[in-house]
Design a protein around this ligand. Structure first.
Ligand SMILES: C[S@@+](CC[C@H](N)C(=O)[O-])C[C@H]1O[C@@H](n2cnc3c(N)ncnc32)[C@H](O)[C@@H]1O
Length: 206
């Protein structure tokens, strides 16, 4: 996600406004549904969905300092008490969710990493899926949206052994909840989406 360096943005500023910047167990409510977006970019999707679902707790995770500042601006502007912002790399998910399980994960327009030697970096790659299963409840979902057909096709095959695929679409309609990327990419072609549910049997052993 493109975002130029912002001179006034630093870790201290983010922390002053409650952004989590340390790799530590997150304090999340136990009495609410909790949904996590990984690689949320500038946060249009998660802030708009959080605004309309005050009863749900949302976590926006993003690895880029300057990009995540844009999420913070939206959170403050929209006065979202039900959104936690975490500056983090998804590879540390297990530490963030050490003792807690969540109800769903959104992956929107994740980097496609088209070269074979980089596929392991894809957020839908099996090594990440195994990590997600450790923090998802038994009835939880993984929703993945992209404009990149090769990534989508590969992701279907990555995800199918781990999740029950119950929604797969090759031409997703516009919605009230779109990311910055989606808004741009819709002008160029179709948007693909899949939703997988955690399998009833125990796939964590796969
Ligand atoms: C192509 S952008 C899409 C951003 C946003 N989801 C959208 O649709 O507008 C991918 C985003 O994922 C973030 N990202 C990539 N790998 C990540 C990781 N391992 N952990 C957290 N964020 C990651 C990048 O910094 C970037 O902002």
């Amino acid at each position: 996600m493109r975002q130029k360096r912002l001179k006034y943005v630093n870790i201290e500023l983010l922390e002053e406004h409650g952004v989590i910047t340390k790799v530590e167990a997150l304090k999340i409510p136990k009495d609410k549904k909790v949904y996590l977006e990984i690689g949320c970019g500038k946060g249009q999707f998660i802030t708009s969905i959080a605004k309309n679902h005050p009863d749900v707790f949302f976590i926006a995770m993003e690895v880029n300092l300057y990009v995540i500042y844009r999420v913070l601006e939206k959170k403050l502007d929209m006065q979202l008490d039900n959104l936690m912002i975490v500056l983090a790399d998804a590879k540390y998910l297990e530490t963030y969710f050490k003792d807690q399980k969540i109800d769903g994960i959104y992956l929107n327009f994740s980097d496609p990493w088209p070269k074979g030697k980089h596929h392991k970096r894809r957020l839908t790659y099996p090594s990440f899926l195994k990590l997600y299963l450790k923090l998802l409840k038994s009835n939880a979902f993984l929703q993945f949206r992209t404009d990149h057909l090769d990534l989508f096709t590969d992701s279907l095959s990555y995800i199918e052994p781990y999740f029950d695929l119950n929604e797969v679409t090759y031409d997703l309609e516009r919605s009230d909840y779109m990311t910055e990327y989606e808004i741009k990419k819709r002008a160029l072609g179709p948007i693909y989406q899949l939703k997988g549910m955690v399998k009833d049997d125990d796939p964590k052993n796969i």
